[in-house]
Structure formats: structure tokens, C-alpha cells
Design a protein around this ligand. Structure first.
Ligand code: DAH
Length: 345
């Protein structure tokens, strides 16, 4: 092996030994830098004869090309290694399943409410919403339940400071909604003309001091009210039966109106239902209070009871949801246990 081949091998070995790009550039300088070996070899040509210069010069050029090739190869290898390292560090396992956001679902009570709103909406009922902290007038007095009325003790009322109560039922919405409705149509009413009918439901939270498997201090009711010039008990029956059949998606049930008492209706009825099949078959279940709106309540709405008449009902939504979903303990709805709630998604 001649000296030039020797030099090429040394350069290749040095380049291979360089661990970083900086080391590689230093090694390069040693061989093909301005004062590197190749330059020195070129200087040595001066002392040679013309014929010798030719062959020696050509051989040095071959060496230089060889060193440059080795350098380029080493640079490329380093760049490739660096890229491979980086790719490895940033590696993604695209076969791993993605981390999804947990999907939520509507609470069964919310679902029952939406269902009720859709059914009554299809029958032309408006949906209204009102305050849960109520005053005495709307919760009791306007509903023909004055301060000394024994019916007040039937409601285990939560009293709030300042003479307010947590509404014990959704019935105050009858007055609130009707008063607004009457105000909107006062000109017609004053002119002795017919007012558009009041047809509304008001679902929402209600409160009573009560707690067991079928009672919660916070529960849900839906109030219904239909007032016009010619609304009778048979309208209550047909509307409510229609509602129940749609809510439970069956006509295989019986519904009865059992005489009862509420201060704000006369006559009054308790509505019971009985499934014709299924686990609850043959058992009467109480689902609602109802009745023909009391003349005093019609008056408190700002209407003439000689002209206007209607019906109202107030149903327990939690009860309806329990029956629909087959839940036997009301408290499950409000415990916030996802194992229970996720079943309704
Ligand atoms: N508000 C009554 C209650 O909570 C239920 C009720 C009965 C509502 C008769 C009505 C009705 O609208 O007409 O016990």
C-alpha cells in the first residue's frame, strides 16, 4: 500500500471515529483543510519532474476525491442517525386507541321532562318556567288557600327569610302564566271579545320537608292549565289519557279519576293509572292531582268566572320517570351515582 492509500484509510478511520458533526469538521480540516495533508502533498509536487508531477498529481487528486467522498458519506450517516434518533424519541403508536372524552347523557328526569314537553307541545300547550323561591300569594293565597286554610298544613313547607317559601308545587305557575296572558290580551277582554285560550304546562322543581324511598325534599312536578270559554272535565280526561298513552307508549292501561279535594279546583280529582301488563300490572298508581279550576282562582287570574272555565292538573314527574324506567327508589335519581345514571344514556 502506498502512502496515499494509507492516508485515505486514515481519513476514513478518523471520520468514522468522529462522534459529532463538530469532531467530523475538525477531522476534515486535518486532511483537506487549507493546511491539511492534501495541501502539503500538493506543495511537494514542486520538486518533481514534469512526468512525475503528472502521475503523482493525478494520484493526489484521486486521494482528495476519495477523502471528500468519505466525508460526505460520514456527514450523511450522521444526519441519518440524528433523524432516526429524533423519530424514535417522538414516536407515536398510531395503533393505540384514542383517548376519547367521556360522553355525557341527559338525566332521566330531564329526559322525562323533555318527553312531557314534546307530548304536550304536540297538543298545542306552551311551556312555562318560573321561580322556585315563591311568595305566599302565588304559592297559596291566589290558589284559594288563605293563611288559615287547613290545606296549608298538608304541604310541609320550607320557609325562606322574608316571607318567601320554596314552592311546594308548580301550581303557582297557573297564576303567574295566566296573569301575563290576561295582560297581553287585556284590550280584547275589556272590549268584551274572546281571549285566546290559556294552554300551558310548567314543569320544574318543587320542595317539601319529606324524605324516604318515594319522597325527596326536592322533587319535580308538571303543572297543566287549559282555560277558555268552553273547557270541560271531558277535555281534561281526553288530554290526560292521551298524554299517558303517549308517555308510556301503550294503550294497555286504565286511567281513573277519583274524587278528591284541592282548594284551587272544584270539583277535584286524583288521577290513578293501572298497567294492563308488565310487572306493575293490576296495581292502581296515583300519578296526578287535577280538577276544574276554582272560580276564585279564575278571578285571581284577572278573568270573569262566569265566562271562563278550565281545568288544571299537577303531576309528579319523578313518579312518572320511575314507572317509565322501572326505578324503585326515588333517591337513585338524586344520588349522582354514574353507574346508575349512565344506564340512561
Ligand atoms: N298542586 C297539587 C299538589 O302538589 C297538585 C294539583 C292538584 C295540581 C290539582 C293541580 C290541580 O293543578 O288541579 O298536591
Amino acid at each position: 500500500m502506498n502512502d496515499l492509500d494509507q492516508l485515505l484509510q486514515t481519513a476514513q478511520a478518523d471520520f468514522a471515529a468522529a462522534a459529532t458533526p463538530a469532531e467530523l469538521e475538525n477531522a476534515k480540516a486535518k486532511f483537506i483543510g487549507k493546511s491539511g495533508c492534501v495541501t502539503e502533498l500538493m506543495k511537494g509536487l514542486a520538486a518533481l519532474s514534469i512526468a512525475e508531477k503528472k502521475t503523482r498529481g493525478a494520484a493526489i487528486n484521486v486521494l482528495k476525491t476519495g477523502i471528500e467522498a468519505a466525508l460526505t458519506a460520514r456527514r450523511q450517516a450522521m444526519a441519518d442517525a440524528e433523524l432516526a434518533e429524533q423519530l424514535k424519541a417522538e414516536a407515536l403508536d398510531v395503533s393505540l386507541p384514542g383517548r376519547s372524552r367521556g360522553t355525557g347523557g341527559l338525566h332521566p328526569i330531564t329526559r322525562a321532562m323533555e318527553r312531557i314537553e314534546a307530548i304536550f307541545g304536540s297538543m298545542g300547550f306552551d311551556v312555562a318556567d318560573g321561580p322556585e323561591i315563591e311568595n305566599d300569594w302565588f304559592n297559596f293565597t291566589a290558589l284559594n288557600t288563605p293563611a288559615d286554610h287547613p290545606a296549608r298544613s298538608m304541604h310541609d313547607t320550607f320557609y325562606v327569610e322574608g316571607g318567601h317559601v320554596l314552592r311546594t308545587h308548580t301550581s303557582p305557575m297557573q297564576i303567574r302564566y295566566a296573569v301575563q296572558h290576561v295582560k297581553r290580551h287585556q284590550a280584547l277582554i275589556d272590549a268584551g271579545q274572546s281571549m285566546p285560550e290559556i294552554r300551558v304546562i310548567a314543569p320544574g322543581r318543587t320542595y317539601r320537608v319529606d324524605s324516604d324511598a318515594t319522597h325527596s325534599p326536592m322533587f319535580h312536578q308538571v303543572e297543566g292549565l287549559w282555560v277558555g270559554e268552553n273547557i270541560s272535565f271531558k277535555d281534561l280526561k281526553s288530554v290526560y289519557v292521551n298524554f299517558m298513552q303517549q308517555f308510556f307508549e301503550t294503550t294497555d292501561m286504565e286511567i281513573r279519576f277519583r274524587p278528591s279535594y284541592f282548594p284551587f279546583t272544584e270539583p277535584s280529582a286524583e288521577i290513578d293509572m293501572m298497567f294492563g301488563s308488565g310487572p306493575l300490572k293490576g296495581r292502581w298508581l296515583e300519578v296526578s292531582g287535577s280538577g276544574q279550576v276554582h272560580p276564585q282562582v279564575i278571578r285571581n287570574m284577572g278573568l270573569d268566572p262566569e265566562r271562563y272555565i278550565g281545568f288544571a292538573f299537577g303531576s309528579g314527574i319523578d313518579r312518572l320517570a320511575m314507572l317509565r324506567y322501572g326505578v324503585n327508589d326515588l333517591r337513585l335519581f338524586f344520588d349522582g351515582d354514574l353507574r346508575f345514571l349512565a344506564q340512561f344514556k
